[in-house]
Design a protein around this ligand. Structure first.
Ligand code: SF4
Length: 428
C-alpha cells in the first residue's frame, strides 16, 4: 500500500471466535457482493461439492438494470434460521475450505474498518461484533492508535476517508483529532468530556460544515485553543449542573430509539427485559403510540437511583466503558457523513444515552445494588452487561438499514440541534 497502517490497540488483539460467538455475523444481514466476489465464489463452486450444493440458493444476482459492480449480487440466508447457506455448524464452508482470501470482501473484512487519514490508513472495529466490543470496552489501553502491519490483512475494503478538496474535507481530520483530544483530558468523567465536545461542535458548526465556502482555519484554531484552558473549561462545565428533571423532547428522542417497533429481535427483547427489571412496570404498554414517553418517565426516579448507586460503587470502571464507547464513535462513524459537527455529536449523545439507560437498568446489575457482591464477581457482571448492551444496540443499528434511516431521520429534526435538549439527553 502507498501509506503506513495504524490500528486501534483493541484491533491488534481482536480474533474472530467463530462457533463460540454469541451473535454470529453470518446471519440476518444484507451482504452485497461485487463482481470480483461473485466470480471468486463461482470458482469455489467448481472445486467444492458443499459450495456447489448451496450456491444457487445462497448467491443471488442483482437484476436491477443499473446494478453497479459493487452491488452485483448478494447473499441470501436460510429461511429456517436466518443464517448464511454456506455456514455449517458455526463455521463458514468457504473460509474452511479456501481460506479468508476467497471470502466476499464484506465477510473477510468485517468487523474491521479501514480508512485513509492524511498520511496513513487507520483501522478501527465495529462494536456490532461481540468480540470487538469486549476488546474495545473492557481494556484501559484499547483506544491507543499504534503502528500495524499490512500483512495482518488478507483483503481490504477501504471506507471513504477524511480527505476531500472542500474545506469540510480538508479540515475533517484536524477537527476529529481535536475532539478525540478532549477525551484524553484528565480530571473529568466521560459525561463532562462529551459535554465539552458538544460545546465545541456547537461553536464551530456555524463556520465549519458541508456548506462552508470560507476557509475556517483561523476560527477553528481559536475554538480549539479556548478549550485547552482549564479555567474556560470550568466555566463551561458549570452549565451542566442545572439539568435536573429530564426535558420532554430529549425524553421523546430516547423513547423513539428505545421503543422502536419492528423485528429487531435481540434489541427489542433487551429493551423489554430492562423495563421489566423495574417494579410497577408489569402493566406498562411499551408500544403505546399515544404516550411513548410514559415508560421512561415511570422508571426515571428508580433509574437515577440505580445510576447513582452503581456509579458510587464502580464508577471508575463504568467510566472507562463509556469513555471507550464514545471515543470509538469517532472512528466507527464518519464525520463527513454528517452535515456538520453538531449533528454528528448529537448522534453520539443519543447513542450514549441509549447505551447508558440500557446498562444501568439491566437486570444483571440489580444484585450489585446492595454493594455486597464480591469484587471479581461484580466486575464479571458489569463487563458482561456492557458488552451485551453495546453489541446488541450497535448490531441493530449497523446491520439494519431501516433502523439507520430511522435514526438519521430523528437526527435531522431541528430540536436535535438545541443545546438544552442535548445537555438534558446527555445527563439523562
Ligand atoms: S460477530 Fe465477530 S466474533 Fe462473531 S463470528 Fe462475526 S467476526 Fe467472529
Amino acid at each position: 500500500m502507498d501509506k503506513p497502517l495504524k490500528a486501534l490497540t483493541y484491533m491488534t488483539r481482536f480474533r474472530c471466535i467463530g462457533p463460540e460467538c454469541e451473535d454470529h455475523c453470518c446471519q440476518s444481514w444484507r451482504i452485497h457482493l461485487d463482481r470480483d466476489d461473485y466470480l471468486r465464489l463461482q470458482k469455489c463452486r467448481k472445486k467444492s461439492p458443499v459450495v456447489n450444493q448451496h450456491f444457487a440458493a445462497a448467491v443471488q444476482r442483482n437484476q436491477d438494470s443499473d446494478s453497479s459492480q459493487k452491488h452485483y449480487a448478494f447473499l441470501n440466508f436460510r429461511p429456517e434460521d436466518g443464517h448464511c447457506f454456506f455456514e455449517q455448524s458455526g463455521l463458514c464452508a468457504i473460509h474452511r475450505d479456501f481460506g479468508e482470501a476467497a471470502l466476499p470482501k464484506t465477510c473477510a473484512t468485517y468487523p474491521r474498518m479501514t480508512r485513509v487519514y492524511g498520511d496513513f490508513y487507520e483501522q478501527g472495529g465495529s462494536l456490532s461484533c461481540p468480540e470487538v466490543a469486549r476488546e474495545c470496552l473492557l481494556k484501559a489501553d484499547a483506544m491507543e492508535l499504534v503502528d500495524w502491519d499490512w500483512s495482518h490483512l488478507t483483503q481490504l475494503d477501504i471506507a471513504p476517508g477524511s480527505d476531500g478538496n472542500d474545506f469540510f474535507g480538508i479540515y475533517a481530520q484536524q477537527v476529529r483529532d481535536a475532539f478525540i483530544g478532549l477525551y484524553r483530558l484528565s480530571g473529568y468523567n466521560n459525561e463532562e468530556r462529551t459535554y465539552f465536545t458538544l460545546y465545541l461542535a456547537r461553536k464551530i458548526s456555524s463556520f465549519f460544515s458541508r456548506e462552508v465556502t470560507v476557509d475556517p482555519e483561523r476560527r477553528l484554531k481559536r475554538a480549539f485553543s479556548q478549550l485547552q484552558d482549564p479555567v474556560f473549561r470550568g466555566r463551561i462545565r458549570s452549565n451542566m449542573d442545572d439539568s435536573g428533571e429530564p426535558r420532554e423532547l430529549s425524553t421523546n428522542f430516547l423513547a423513539m430509539i428505545l421503543l422502536i417497533p419492528g423485528k429487531k429481535v435481540r434489541y427489542n427483547d433487551l429493551v423489554a427485559r430492562v423495563f421489566a427489571s423495574y417494579e410497577g412496570t408489569a402493566e406498562l404498554d411499551l408500544k403505546d403510540p399515544a404516550d411513548p414517553t410514559r415508560p421512561l418517565l415511570v422508571v426515571w426516579p428508580a433509574y437515577r437511583e440505580r445510576l447513582a448507586t452503581l456509579n458510587k460503587l464502580y464508577g471508575k470502571r463504568i467510566d472507562m466503558y463509556f469513555g471507550n464507547f464514545c471515543r470509538n464513535f469517532w472512528y466507527e462513524e464518519h464525520l463527513k457523513d454528517a452535515p456538520d459537527p453538531l449533528s454528528y455529536v448529537a448522534q453520539l449523545i443519543l447513542f450514549f444515552a441509549v447505551v447508558k439507560f440500557l446498562f444501568f437498568s439491566h437486570p444483571n446489575l440489580v444484585p450489585l445494588l446492595t454493594g455486597e457482591v464480591e469484587e471479581e464477581a461484580a466486575q464479571e457482571l458489569l463487563d458482561r452487561t456492557i458488552v451485551e448492551v453495546v453489541q446488541v444496540f450497535m448490531r441493530s443499528y449497523t446491520h439494519n438499514a431501516g433502523f439507520k434511516q430511522y435514526i438519521r431521520k430523528a437526527m435531522r429534526m431541528p430540536e436535535m440541534q438545541d443545546l438544552a435538549e442535548l445537555t438534558s439527553l446527555l445527563s439523562f
